[in-house]
Design a protein around this ligand. Structure first.
Ligand code: ASP
Length: 344
C-alpha cells in the first residue's frame, strides 16, 4: 500500500447513506458526515482521505445526464490532487453511470471505483462498510509508481469489475452486480488478488487526462417479446427526434422475421436511425447471421452490439451521437471497443 496516497470520496447518494423516515418508513439519503460517523474504521488508513458530497444526495433512480457531467467534472477538477477516487452511488443505476464515465474520460490513468451497498451503512448487517473500505484500498493501490487499476470500476461484495461490463443482477442479495462477459479485475478475500492481465493499462505514461462531457440523450431501448404488436414497434421506432435505438433481441441476436417488423426497421435506418442489436441474455454475444432469424436485421441496417451490456450500449450511443460524427462513423465506432466495453 502506498503511504502517501490521497483518496477523494465523492458521495452522490444511494442506500449506503440512507436512513428510514420515521413516519413513512421509506429510505432516503442523509449527508456524508452521518455516513463517516458510522465508519470510524476509515480513519485507520494511513493516508489522506477527503470527501465531497453532492448538495442533495439522491437515489440513483433520479440520475440524468446533468448528474454525469457534474460527477465527471468533479473528478476532472481534482484529478491531479488525488491518487484515486471512490464514488458512493446508488446501486440501481450504478452500471449506467460507470459505463458513461468510462466513455467520457479520455486517457484515464487513475482508479475511479464505484461502490455502494444493499443495506444502509448504519444497519448492523450492512455490506456498506466492507465495500467502502476495500474500494478505498483499491483506489489507493500503486505498484511501480502506476495505479494498479487505472479504470472506471465497480467494487461490490468481494469483487472488482470493469464498470462498463457490469449490470445490477440482484435486488436482494449482497452480490448485486455481475460481469458475465468479462473476468473480474480483482477478487477480494484475505488478500486482494488482482487479475493484472485483464486490467487496461496505458501504453505510454499519460499526463493528458480530459473529460468529454457532450451527451445526446435522444436514444431508446426496445425489448422484443413474443406477440409484440406492429403499433407498439412503430410507436417506439418512430418516436419523434429519436437518434438511436438499442434493440434487445433474443439469444444470439435473433428477432421476429415478419415483413412488417423488418420494414419498420429498414425505413427507420434509411431515415438515419442507428439501431444496435443487444442480446436480452445476461451472458454471451450477438452473432447476426448465425440463425435465419437475424439475417433480416443485417439487411435492415441493424448493427451488432456483440457482447455489450444494454447499460453500456445506451451510454455509448449517447456519447457517440454527441460527437458530430456522421451516422456511418457512429456505427463504425459503436462496433469497436472504445473503453473495453465489448470483446472485439
Ligand atoms: N434505490 C437505491 C439507489 O439506487 C438502491 C441502492 O442504492 O442500492 O439509489
Amino acid at each position: 500500500m502506498n503511504e502517501k496516497a490521497k483518496i477523494l470520496i465523492i458521495y452522490t447518494g444511494g442506500t449506503i447513506g440512507m436512513k428510514e423516515n420515521i413516519e413513512s418508513g421509506a429510505l432516503s439519503p442523509v449527508n456524508f458526515s452521518e455516513i463517516s460517523n458510522e465508519i470510524p474504521e476509515i480513519r485507520k488508513f494511513n493516508f489522506q482521505i477527503d470527501s465531497i458530497e453532492f448538495d442533495t444526495p439522491i437515489d440513483s433512480s433520479d440520475i440524468d445526464f446533468n448528474f454525469w457531467k457534474k460527477l465527471a467534472n468533479i473528478i476532472f477538477d481534482n484529478y491531479k490532487k488525488y491518487t484515486g477516487f471512490v464514488v458512493l452511488h446508488g446501486t440501481d443505476t450504478m452500471a449506467f453511470t460507470a459505463s458513461m464515465l468510462s466513455f467520457m474520460f479520455v486517457n484515464l490513468n487513475k482508479p475511479v471505483i464505484f461502490t455502494g451497498s444493499q443495506l444502509p451503512i448504519g444497519m448492523l448487517r450492512t455490506d456498506g462498510k466492507e465495500n467502502l473500505i476495500s474500494a478505498i484500498e483499491i483506489a489507493a493501490a500503486k505498484e511501480n509508481n502506476q495505479s494498479v487499476v487505472p479504470e472506471v470500476c465497480i467494487y461490490f461484495e468481494n469483487r472488482l469489475f470493469r464498470g462498463n461490463r457490469t449490470r445490477k443482477s440482484n435486488a436482494e442479495y449482497f452480490n448485486a452486480f455481475a460481469s458475465e462477459n468479462y473476468p473480474n479485475l480483482a477478487n477480494v478475500g484475505i488478500n486482494i488478488k488482482y487479475n493484472y492481465k485483464y486490467i487496461n493499462y496505458p501504453t505510454k505514461q499519460l499526463d493528458c487526462f480530459s473529460v468529454n462531457t457532450k451527451i445526446e440523450n435522444r436514444v431508446g431501448v426496445l425489448k422484443l417479446f413474443p406477440g409484440i404488436t406492429k403499433e407498439f414497434v412503430n410507436a417506439i421506432v418512430n418516436t419523434s427526434n429519436i437518434k438511436a435505438l438499442v434493440l434487445e433481441t433474443f439469444g444470439s441476436g435473433n428477432a421476429i422475421t415478419k415483413k412488417w417488423f423488418l420494414d419498420i426497421l429498414k425505413n427507420a435506418n434509411k431515415k438515419g436511425l442507428v439501431i444496435a442489436n443487444v442480446t436480452q441474455c445476461s451472458a454471451g454475444s450477438v452473432q447476426q447471421g448465425k440463425y435465419q432469424t437475424s439475417v433480416g436485421l443485417i439487411d435492415a441496417g441493424v448493427i451488432s452490439g456483440n457482447d455489450i451490456t444494454t447499460e453500456a450500449a445506451i451510454t455509448k450511443l449517447m456519447h457517440l451521437l454527441a460527437q458530430n460524427y456522421s451516422i456511418e462513423e457512429v456505427k463504425k465506432q459503436f462496433e469497436t471497443s472504445i473503453s473495453g466495453e465489448m470483446s472485439v
